[in-house]
Write a protein that binds this ligand. Structure first.
Ligand code: PMP
Length: 333
């Protein structure tokens, strides 16, 4: 019989698929996307959740009956909830009120407790996302906070799984790796592995929302979710990417919609952003038909049906309708 012992064993080993339409007229290179929405919790964050919990158990930080407490709005919470449920831990997630009810409902569906905090308070306010999660950790016996922005097991999970999977599945032919930067765990771990294993032959390209610090911004707001920062987390090593490209919300969202309509890939906005960065890099004159780009797509599009895929929301925020007739050449112009 072929079956997994439990749901957590199904994390990772996501497939690569070639882009066929959005690359037309842009590049001769092979552009492959790695579908992280096929993880059991629906995102790349399942990888770090299982690794952070394994490590906490090993280090004695998390004991049977313990409670996992993390400030998170979405994907990391789902990953943690899934692993926690399988192993009998409780979860409390602290979520800022700017995130939609739908995202919170997913967390409660997995059996987690959700505490909502106001977005419009200073980080040092007792009501803030950070202060509230710290207080819950202090007041809850057996509490453990994975702290995804500082936990070295995040990048490590990618060094040990995402990187080797890409090298194995491309038979060592990958020439470029492209990923968005949130905590930086994905690009730091995967990028470092691919540089090490290829003796620095693989070029690592970061994708960042225009305005975020990784691409030289000040932390100015942007709408794409899960990527970009206004501070520098410990989980990001800026020495790993060879370059970081700043991508606008408008370009990221237009490409996200094209991926659904033209490639059958219903993915989130940070996926569209990473593909725009990949196509910019792949359109350069020194790129040839022998180049193989691998772009990591972090999550699926269902969590964004009321935003990126909703014409009214797009118009209300000035992103237009991004009709399917839009060409990459238009976007890159
Ligand atoms: N996209 C989405 C939708 C995410 O949730 C995340 C994780 N914050 C990322 C991209 C970025 O991944 P990382 O934190 O590993 O840089």
């Amino acid at each position: 019989m072929k079956y997994a012992e439990n749901i957590v064993d199904l994390v990772g080993n996501t497939p690569l698929v070639k882009l066929n339409r959005v690359t037309q007229g842009v590049t001769e290179a092979t552009v492959l996307v790695k579908l992280e929405y096929l993880n059991p919790g629906g995102s790349v964050k399942d990888r770090i959740a299982s690794r952070m919990i394994d490590a906490a158990e090993r280090d004695g930080l998390l004991k049977p009956g313990g409670t996992i407490v993390e400030p998170t709005s979405g994907n990391t919470g789902v990953g943690l909830a899934l692993v926690a449920q399988e192993r009998g831990y409780d979860c409390i997630f602290v979520v800022p009120d700017k995130f939609g009810e739908e995202k919170r409902n997913v967390l409660t569906a997995y059996g987690a407790e959700v505490v909502v905090t106001p977005t419009s308070v200073a980080p040092d306010s007792p009501e803030s996302y950070y202060s509230v999660s710290d207080r819950i950790v202090r007041e809850t016996p057996g509490a453990f906070k994975p702290n995804q922005f500082a936990n070295p097991n995040g990048p490590r999970a990618h060094y040990e799984t995402t990187g080797p999977e890409i090298w194995r599945d491309t038979e060592g032919k990958v020439t470029h790796f492209v990923a968005g930067i949130g905590t930086g765990g994905t690009i730091t771990g995967t990028g470092r592995y691919l540089r090490d294993v290829s003796e620095d032959r693989v070029r690592i390209v970061g994708a960042d929302p225009d305005g975020s610090v990784y691409s030289g911004g000040t932390g100015r707001p942007y709408f794409v979710e899960g990527v970009g920062e206004d501070m520098w987390p410990d989980t990001y090593d800026p020495a790993v990417p060879h370059e970081v490209l700043a991508i606008s919300d408008a370009d990221a969202f237009a490409m996200t919609r094209r991926l659904a309509r033209e490639e059958g890939l219903l993915v989130g906005g940070s996926s569209g952003m990473a593909v725009v960065a990949a196509l910019q890099a792949a359109a350069r004159p020194d790129v040839t038909a022998d180049d193989v780009f691998v772009v990591l797509l972090p999550d699926g599009g269902r969590g964004y049906l009321n935003k990126i895929f909703n014409d009214k929301w797009m118009r209300a925020y000035g992103f237009g309708n991004a009709p399917s007739g839009h060409t990459v050449a238009d976007l890159l112009a």
